[in-house]
Design a protein around this ligand. Structure first.
Ligand SMILES: [Zn+2]
Length: 443
């Protein structure tokens, strides 16, 4: 008897997008809406517009006579995974930079990128979107400086926010950096399709002057653009921001960059990377804070006051020996937290299942809470009312189908089964109701 892969491939041979769109009706042993309990022997009806029309137990979901039928036995269907932090323009560079002291690692990545042509990043970003699909990921919060992500997501049919990076550690660079940013954002807005949001990212405290942080924040807020910042990631960053010291401090002195990190407002404020960005107007409900490892309770309280959404990257944090983010405390404070992988230079591959398991372990989560951090919760980092990240009528039909394997008695909890998975257990991925990935050879 054919398994789930053999059964589906024949059905999907004709791409619904290349002919008149018809409804699609998926059935699976389990449907996991994430925002609601699992549905056994569930079904999902996808309308010709690429959005979910109905979801529920099989008999409760209409079966229009003209619908494509996509059965997935021994599998669970859940919302397409939402990766809260990627750098897809770096796809293909896994293993190219050795782990090292963080400031040296950052410099090695910069030097590696400087040797690559713009076309290289365009191809890498498209490959990255396809690799994300193969790992069940349909939405990414992606930061990069090549600008390749906007066309890549649009062309491949994915969705997400692309944050165009801005750099400039010297205050004399502000005008030049802002001019470049305005040009890059105009290009991005021309390239981004309707499911791709354009944002900006002043990179990190050790690459951006105080004046540039302030200029980017004012510029983005005036235009309603979301922001993303790498924040409180390493001990080296904290040493630099609080005292102008550590390896980043040495690097700035060697480049004759004024020690802006020491220009704290008077009277002397509490010093930390979080306080530093807040002092320059960067933190708010549309600024995604990436990593947030080096925090004390006052930082957590400040992030909560500003309602800053958090991208938690547990595997990357450990790879770089930054330690663990205080995930349980962040969640307790009411902050929105999603999980992200970071780039393949940091983590080798985009395995959001591993990130969700790591988050679960860190904060003592249930399986559903952990899965939610890579779907429902991560979707809410952008907006309090997104139309992705859970299975509900009216939401985008962005789905991941995960093989649960043969059912051993007693049948395992499907949410535990999915959480234990790896990218190679993804059977198929849908975006706007279109199959954007399927496992196994095409027959
Ligand atoms: Zn990053």
């Amino acid at each position: 008897m054919p398994g789930p892969r053999g059964r589906q491939i024949g059905l999907l041979r004709r791409d619904p997008l290349t002919q008149a769109r018809r409804p699609i009706r998926l059935t699976a042993d389990w449907v996991l809406p994430i925002a609601a309990p699992p549905i056994r022997d569930g079904a999902i009806l996808i309308g010709p517009d690429g959005r979910i029309e109905a979801v529920g137990p099989g008999p409760a979901v209409p079966a229009p006579p003209d619908a494509w039928h996509h059965p997935y036995p021994n599998a669970a269907v859940l919302p397409g995974l939402v990766n809260a932090h990627t750098h897809l323009e770096l796809t293909g560079l896994a293993g190219r930079v050795d782990q090292a002291e963080f400031s040296h690692w950052i410099r090695a990545v910069r030097e590696l990128k400087a040797g690559l042509e713009p076309e290289w990043f365009v191809a890498a970003a498209r490959r990255g979107v396809r690799e994300a699909f193969a790992a069940g990921i349909t939405f990414v919060y992606d930061t990069g400086d090549s600008g390749a992500i906007f066309a890549a997501l649009t062309a491949e049919g994915g969705a997400g926010v692309g944050y165009q990076e801005a750099f400039g550690p010297h205050p004399d660079q502000v005008t030049q950096s802002m001019a470049a940013l305005a040009e890059q954002i105009a290009r991005a807005q021309g390239a981004a399709g309707p499911r791709v949001v354009v944002g900006v990212s002043p990179h990190a405290p050790y690459t951006v002057s105080a004046a540039l942080y302030r200029a980017v924040a004012e510029w983005a807020n005036a235009r309603g653009l979301p922001m993303a910042v790498h924040l409180a990631e390493s001990a080296a960053e904290s040493a630099f921001v609080t005292e102008g010291g550590g390896p980043f401090g040495s690097a700035w002195r060697a480049r004759a960059i004024p020690p802006l990190a020491l220009q704290w407002p008077e009277p002397a404020a509490r010093r930390s990377p979080v306080a530093w960005l807040d002092a320059h107007g960067v933190l708010g409900p549309t600024t995604l804070a990436i990593h947030t490892v080096q925090l004390d309770q006052a930082d957590i309280d400040l992030l909560a006051t500003r309602q800053v959404p958090i991208a938690h990257c547990p595997v990357s944090n450990r790879r770089h020996r930054h330690g663990d983010a205080p995930l349980a405390a962040l969640r307790r404070s009411g902050l929105r937290v999603g999980v992200g992988t970071d780039s393949v230079i940091s983590v080798d591959r985009l395995d959001l299942f591993a990130e969700m398991r790591a988050a679960r372990h860190l904060a003592g989560l249930t399986a559903r809470e952990a899965l939610s951090m890579g779907t429902h919760d991560a979707a809410r980092l952008l907006s309090s009312a997104p139309d992705f990240g859970t299975l509900e009528a009216g939401f985008w039909a962005d789905l991941a189908v995960v093989d649960l394997g043969p059912p051993p008695p007693p049948r395992p909890d499907p949410e535990e089964g999915v959480l234990a998975a790896a990218p190679d257990r993804v059977v198929a991925t849908y975006a706007t109701g279109r199959v954007v990935y399927r496992a196994g050879p095409v027959t």
